[in-house]
Ligand binder design. Structure first.
Ligand code: SF4
Length: 342
């Protein structure tokens, strides 16, 4: 019988396992992908310091190796069943069945599929990217930055709130991190394409964390990034591959047209499909936004409605990497208290 089965080998899952090992507990991690690290594998730099994401990834890869953590890769959980004796049976895609005293769901988030906002032209026009596409492009950049149609960009627009705070997408919540990511990416683009004019079209700017507001100020004063309070209504493509944006400037109360070489859609975070599966197989309670509902928002955000079933990281909602790491550490302490009582 394992002490703790952890679902997800991203940063939340690995940090939970490390913290639990320090507290003397045996863990097993089940990860659906071929590698650990989750979304961090595709990220270039982190806000607000522009630190390479690979540094954090390397730290956790090294911890995993040093501590000889047990990880099943390429394995996804098909059901979680709570048994009468209070322990769990966890079934997986590889016909391995785990029996565990507790389970932690650290299965993270999915990125909003921008194709659902057809009017923004993603996968229709070549020069429309998502924020995740841009990170991948920057991570593998070798030489001069060019748009997908091979042009050094002179005008770039970032569109905030794609798939978040959007009734049509069914996501009323704020994804919390896309504003600061847009500012980070806009600064990065200005650094590597100093000739480019860069616009951010936002609804509200949510610069909630330490160093975020300072970065936003720097984006305006040092990098001359232009912030337009407005909503994109439509994207069209010109014959030369440039994009025509129709934006409603909500401060000036007038519609405007902007021609750009590249458009970046700041896609939001959604609950992954696995959460719905866990809801179905073990009665896990989810919030209206489809993320896992914490047992108590203030004093029990690592607990679920099921005794012995815990959460770590973005499985309960959008969260930055530093908040994710702290949430995972808190999860380990909550589990320790549970296991020492049961
Ligand atoms: S963080 Fe900013 S871009 Fe993201 S959903 Fe919230 S307001 Fe929109």
């Amino acid at each position: 019988m394992i002490d703790v089965l952890i679902i997800g080998g991203g940063i939340a899952g690995i940090e939970t396992a490390c913290s639990l090992q320090d507290l003397g507990y045996e863990t097993v991690i089940v990860e659906k992908e071929r590698t650990i690290g989750g979304h961090l594998n595709n990220w270039d730099t982190l806000f607000p310091t522009h630190r390479p994401a690979s540094e954090v990834l390397e730290y956790y890869t090294e911890e995993t190796r040093k501590r000889a953590l047990t990880i099943y890769l390429n394995t996804y959980v098909t059901s979680i069943i709570k048994l009468d004796d209070g322990t769990f049976e966890v079934n997986t895609s590889r016909d391995v069945i785990f029996h565990s005293k507790t389970v932690v769901i650290a299965s993270g988030y999915s990125l909003f599929n921008a194709e659902r906002k057809e009017e923004y032209g993603y996968k229709i026009y070549d020069n429309v990217l998502t924020s995740a596409d841009l990170e991948k492009k920057l991570k593998t950049l070798n030489g001069e930055f060019k748009t997908p149609t091979d042009k050094v960009p002179e005008k770039i627009a970032f569109i905030h709130c794609v798939g978040s705070r959007d009734e049509k997408s069914g996501n009323h919540y704020c994804s919390k991190l896309c504003c600061v990511t847009a500012v980070k990416q806009a600064i990065h683009m200005k650094q590597i394409c100093p000739q480019a004019d860069i616009f951010c079209c936002y609804m509200d700017l949510r610069m909630y964390g330490p160093g975020f507001e300072e970065m936003y100020r720097e984006a305006q004063e040092k990098y001359h990034i232009q912030f337009i309070r407005g909503r994109l209504s439509e994207v069209g493509e010109n014959a030369d591959g440039t994009l025509q944006l129709k934006v409603e400037d909500t401060l000036a109360a007038r519609p405007s047209k902007i021609k750009v070489d590249m458009l970046v859609l700041m896609v939001g975070m959604e609950s992954p499909q696995s959460t719905a599966l866990f809801k179905e197989t073990c009665g896990l309670q989810c919030a209206p936004n489809r993320f896992i509902q914490p047992n108590d928002h203030h004093i029990g955000s690592n607990k679920t409605n099921i005794d012995g079933l815990f959460t770590a990281g973005t499985s309960i909602g959008p969260m930055s990497i530093f908040d994710t790491i702290n949430h995972a550490k808190a999860s380990a302490i909550t589990i320790k208290n549970y296991l020492s009582r049961n």
